[in-house]
Design a protein around this ligand. Sequence first.
Ligand code: XIL
Length: 559
Amino acid sequence: MAAAAACALLAGVSTSCTGAPAPARGPVTDLLGGRDWAHFAGAEQTRSGVRVTRLDRRVTRQDGSGGRPNPPVNLRGPHLVFRGGLRIEARLSRTDGTDAYLHLYGEVPVVYDEWRRERRGVRIGVAGGRVRFDRWDGDSDRPALTRSFGGGLGDEVRLAVEVRGDRLVLEADGHVVGTVPGREVFGHGRIWFGADAGGGGRGWTLGALRAMPLGGGRLSVRDAPALRVPRSTDALRDLAAGRERPLRVGTAVAAGPLLTDDAYRRTAGEEFSMLTPENDFKAQFVQPRRGVFAFAEGDTLVDFARANGMLVHAHTLVWFEALPSWMRAAMTREDREHVMTEHIRVVAGHFRGKVAEWDVVNEPMSDEDEDYTNGNRGVRPHLWFEAMGERYIDIAFRTAREADPHAVLYLNEYGVEEDGPRWDALYALLTRLKERGVPIDGVGFQNHEYAAADRTDPEAFRRKLRALAGLGLKARVSEMDVLVGEGEEDAQAREFAAKLAVCEEEPNCTSFSTWGFTDRYGSTADLRNYPPAPGNALPWDSAYEAKPAYRALRDALDR
Ligand code: XIL
């Protein structure tokens, strides 16, 4: 108690509670005015600052349980590059008791559907009337250090954080409230910003945000990189465009690395002519709370595609995974149907005219044997099916067609490249949909090969494409990746090239997409360990070195 009071007093005479004199402050940089906060999920730029809405964005486990917070990062806004000491000041205004948090990310998190890899960073904010501090060290999802300081803070609080050597000094309303070990949290000399709102309220306003170097340190502010990247004339996309029947080559892309990793951005824009949002269009990201939509990351992917002459294959409107928990909660059948159609209307409406295609329904076929004999006709009995029966598919496609009349509408599925009951049931389903006049245009074959047993005969795949042509449907390779054992890079290359060759040869196959391109962010990473061990399923390794698979794709396009 006495120590805290002494700190506060000393702070008033410009001495810190560490006992050392406060370091000299360099020039102040405003991080709000003239900087981009318009592409920050949930935020709104108002006259009094950036209004941060409570999004409650979370990533849930595959079975829908859990719910790790997934607060947005202002990826398109300013970030700091600094050496030595640094001071960041912020003014947080709360009106309805919302807890207000500012995130300072030394490295931006890597976000998956059911898992957010929290790297180094801190969160500082006002919860109740106290300053709350958390520090992540990049070796666990959980904070390595959590502290609360002070008390009695009002609705408007001026917070400051000083980076001084290996310590962080925290201030509230001009008084030092605590000093915490900073470890190497900003060891890369970079800080990205994020904000979040908790507690019961609707949001808060970030009224000021400034930074200045301390004690002779260096500081510069960078805006997000230009989305347009240099083009070559000899990349996969050029080879594909130059074919007698031009083809699109696509890949799954995530907003985080796109804006923070130059090699990722360059490769995505240079090599591919189509992109699929890997996770950023999924329900738990775009409608985290009922009726609260947040499209910033999705819009960024659309902008990137447009800047680089790529088409967007949007993914996905109706699925049973990556759902916010409110969407899974118990509700009446009518309400469930309303939630589905409203989601489609708002999301497909938002991207209307900006995306070329949609995966309207993702993974509708069941994995359980019993669903092939119990009258479900192989259709997965998930929450949408439970409420509407198979008719959910009809409704979803009709609603999507209405919301975006020019988008090409796909059903996307895994494990149907080969013969078997799952394919038979899908074919029967597609036949029924066509008979009922459902506006479906095509089918995506994911082509995930996670194990040797997933490898499928290219000729069996060809028969599927031809069967679809018979129904008047297009097809695409939508999510290909091939996880292999050590020393199996050539086998991997052959798998990719064989599927691409079939797609080139069958006139109804419109595009060939891999599920990501570099192992650095591949979705086959082993998430059981921290940090996760990267997979090896993609054409570029973790250091962006092209593998035989890349050369095989080129050769297949160059025949
Ligand atoms: C995957 C993403 O790549 C991961 O980041 C996420 O954690 C889980 O989902 N089928 C699909 C894709 O339709 O949406 C999935 O994407 C991979 C399987």
